[in-house]
Write a protein that binds this ligand. Structure first.
Ligand code: COA
Length: 161
């Protein structure tokens, strides 16, 4: 049974993430989305909100589950008994950081490999921060996130106004 992890902050999940999730879910038996409690970032959504939103958006995918994690990614991979880490590459600028991470993780645990999927061209410019910034200034984010996520962002930003 092939088990893979797709890790990230997902603050919030965008259509670019969902594209990677749907494509990688077809390649493995079980895909675990690992949602990082990232202390280096100040997230708009709490860890529980982010995991809950991903569960809703991926509910149609039977072999996908969602779990929060902190600490080292490689420890989370071992805990999940996953042999693959999935990462999306949006542009050349992602490559250096991703290569360093993949190589370091491979040294820490040689039984775990990182597999890169190129992001769909129509999402290659996208990031969660861009989505939040557009929404913050009242712009339309319906091209970038699902209607459910769009509502959650609006609700959250209204609470902050
Ligand atoms: N579509 C749209 N946006 C995408 C995307 C895609 N396919 N792929 C990445 N992004 C965006 C994200 O939205 C995010 O945007 P933001 O910075 O505006 O929030 C950005 O790219 C990068 O985020 P993400 O992929 O979530 O990575 P991250 O840097 O938050 O976390 C981990 C990456 C979780 C893999 C890494 O931090 C980690 O492993 N942490 C654990 C600690 C550890 O093990 N460290 C040692 C590593 S060697």
């Amino acid at each position: 049974m092939t088990r893979a992890i797709y890790p990230g902050s997902f603050d919030p999940i965008t259509n670019g993430h969902t594209d990677i999730i749907e494509r990688s879910a077809k390649m493995v038996d079980h895909l675990i989305i690992g949602v990082l409690t990232n202390n280096a970032k100040s997230p708009l959504f709490t860890i529980d909100e982010r995991t809950d939103m991903i569960r809703k958006v991926t509910a149609h995918l039977e072999n996908v589950t969602v779990e929060a994690f902190d600490g080292l990614l490689i420890d989370f991979a071992k805990k999940c008994e996953a042999s693959i880490i999935i990462r999306g590459l949006r542009a050349v600028t992602d490559f250096e950081y991703e290569l360093q991470m993949a190589q370091t993780n491979h040294v820490l645990s040689p039984s775990v490999d990182t597999v890169f999927l190129t992001t769909n061209l129509k999402y290659s410019y996208l990031s969660s921060s861009v989505v939040k910034e557009i929404a913050h200034f009242g712009g339309n984010v319906s091209e970038f996130v699902s209607p459910y996520i769009e509502d959650r962002i609006k609700e959250k930003l209204k609470g902050r106004a």
